[in-house]
Design a protein around this ligand. Structure first.
Ligand SMILES: Cc1ncc(COP(=O)(O)O)c(C=O)c1O
Length: 390
């Protein structure tokens, strides 16, 4: 039985897969079982920021795998300590909790925000405001936090204490604030919602409001962080810092790792025993992430991401001028959405035929989240292929 039939027979059919089994990856390229080569403009949905099998990451993984793969979090390890210190040094964060995925990092953030106020004796302050169209994960708390009904279908009753407001609408948020709110949680650039960047003025106003009211501000940077938007962290594009930030996806370049960072003050919410995980921050995952951070955190690397992102957006804007079926081009850095006036599935399928991998979100948006090491020539080839499809 081939991989496709075997998968379809034995694995839960929760993913609408695209009929290809991949066997090899190198840089921005993937190869399928038939030996066909593809340029990857999705990077595992913003995961492989450094592309596939980056030699330095492979070396870090191999070295660590032959030294020490796992010990319990009841003990200390060097890679975990180094990664936490580096993340704090490069951000507003004072403390890090390591998880294994984005949803787990967000789960930790939600728990921290609630417990911070419980510990302060503010027992009624447990509600979290999130944004419509947001996406925060698939665990019960994070799907409750998510502002999209389709993710919640069939899972009621949900967790208590969440409300939702339209993104980039400050008045709506302000109206929702009262003394029961412990946190506001948002993605600086909404990913699954259709690649929608926050307005700079909006984000600044949200920060100010949260500070004024003593509410914790949580940024979910699971998709938009780790260099994706042209700065190491997306909030650095806006010059605004949250109290809590979550990371995952590109942090391990494909190894499962998530992280929740918090200020010293917010971190007071957790004590011994408040939260834990068996695998979070294994020596293997943190050794890989440390190398990732080393490369992506470099200023000249990030400046190239910004240049390539601008170039990519410019090329797509030219398509918009040329084809009336292009509705909008949005994004930051190399997280770009092209909204069209028809179902994205046709373009995803046709581009795959032509050797390009992208995906469609919210039915009519084409998402481009290539490895950050993508070259302008690769961008040109994709844009030409796209041009020919209109
Ligand atoms: C913004 C955001 N938050 C959370 C998640 C959930 O991450 P994971 O799938 O690793 O649980 C995702 C995944 O797409 C995401 O894009």
């Amino acid at each position: 039985m081939d991989s496709v039939s075997k998968t379809d027979k034995f694995i839960f059919q929760t993913y609408q897969r695209q009929g290809k089994a991949f066997v090899k990856g190198e840089g921005v390229f993937l190869w399928d079982e038939d030996g066909k080569k593809y340029t990857d403009f999705l990077a595992g949905i913003a995961v492989c920021g450094l592309g596939h099998c980056h030699p330095k990451i492979t070396e870090a993984i191999c070295k660590q795998a032959s030294t020490l793969v796992h010990v319990s979090n009841l003990f200390y390890t060097r890679p975990q300590a180094d990664l936490a210190a580096q993340l704090c040094e490069k951000s507003f964060g004072d403390r890090v909790f390591f998880a294994n995925s984005g949803a787990e990092a967000n789960e930790a953030a939600i728990k921290l925000a609630r417990r911070y106020f419980q510990k302060k004796g503010e027992k009624n302050r447990f509600k979290i405001i999130t944004m419509l169209q947001s996406f925060h994960g698939r665990t019960m708390a994070t799907l409750t936090a998510t502002g999209q009904d389709k993710v919640k279908d069939g899972f009621y009753p949900l967790l208590e204490g969440f409300s939702y407001v339209p993104f980039n609408d400050f008045k709506a948020l302000e109206k929702e604030i009262d003394e029961t709110i412990c946190a506001v949680m948002l993605e600086p650039v909404q990913g699954e919602g259709g690649i929608i960047p926050a307005d700079a003025g909006y984000l600044a106003a949200v920060r100010e409001l949260c500070t004024q009211k003593g509410i914790l501000l949580i940024f979910d940077e699971i998709q938009c962080g780790m260099g994706r938007c042209g700065r190491l962290f997306a909030h650095q594009v806006y010059n605004i810092t949250p109290d809590i930030m979550t990371l995952a996806k590109a942090l391990g370049n494909g190894l499962p790792i998530g992280a929740m960072l918090a200020t010293q003050e917010a971190a007071l919410g957790f004590d011994f025993g408040s939260h834990a995980t068996t695998f979070g921050g294994t020596p293997l995952a943190t050794a890989a992430a440390l190398e990732v951070l080393n490369i992506i955190g470099n200023d000249s690397f990030l400046s190239e991401v910004r240049q390539k992102g601008e170039y990519f957006k410019d090329q797509l804007l030219k398509l918009k001028e040329k084809h009336s079926r292009v509705v909008a081009v949005r994004g930051e850095g190399l997280l770009i959405g092209l909204e069209i006036d028809q179902d994205a599935a046709f373009f995803v399928r046709e581009l795959m035929e032509k050797g390009f991998i992208i995906n469609g979100i919210q039915d009519k948006v084409l998402r481009f989240a290539p490895p950050l090491i993508i070259e302008k020539t690769d961008i040109d080839k994709l844009v030409t292929a796209l041009d020919n499809l209109f």
